[in-house]
Design a protein around this ligand. Structure first.
Ligand code: ZN
Length: 140
């Protein structure tokens, strides 16, 4: 798929968030994507740039991509840790009895936009997205 479908999901999620927050257009979007999705931020940016041209509300927006680390919880020593290499063992005790507890995130974290006011003026609005802004993606 991968970045193309994710970019489409981001556009969809952003349009829904704008609607929900009563914003007319977005200035910036911050998405948090777990490292396990293996997203290449530059490729995602290219796809987003193409897609946003078709959406007046997003045309002037900037996409910020944050990559969440792969986090594990060790069943043996009960510690939590961040894993840098694709080697699924607890860095503290070496056990492979671990649960992956982070790295699969994918959601719209923040959207900055413009809210039209009654007198025709424009008011900047910063909206924190809630859990309804989950980006739906078929990637596992
Ligand atoms: Zn451990």
């Amino acid at each position: 798929m991968h970045e193309g479908a994710i970019a489409a999901a981001i556009v969809q999620g952003a349009l829904e968030a704008l609607e929900r927050e009563g914003l007319s257009s977005a200035r910036s979007l911050t998405v948090l994507i777990g490292r396990l999705h293996s997203v290449v931020p530059d490729v995602l940016q290219d796809h987003y740039r193409l897609l946003k041209r078709e959406q007046p509300a997003l045309r002037r927006s900037r996409l910020l991509v944050e990559i969440a680390p792969v986090r594990i919880a060790c069943r043996a020593c009960l510690r939590e840790a961040v894993i840098e290499r694709p080697e699924f063992a607890c860095p503290a005790c070496g056990s492979t009895q671990i649960d992956v507890i982070g790295g699969r995130e994918m959601h719209l974290k923040e959207i900055l936009g413009v809210r039209p006011t009654a007198d025709g003026g424009r008011q900047k609005k910063k909206a924190k997205s809630n859990s309804k802004s989950q980006i739906n993606s078929s990637s596992k």
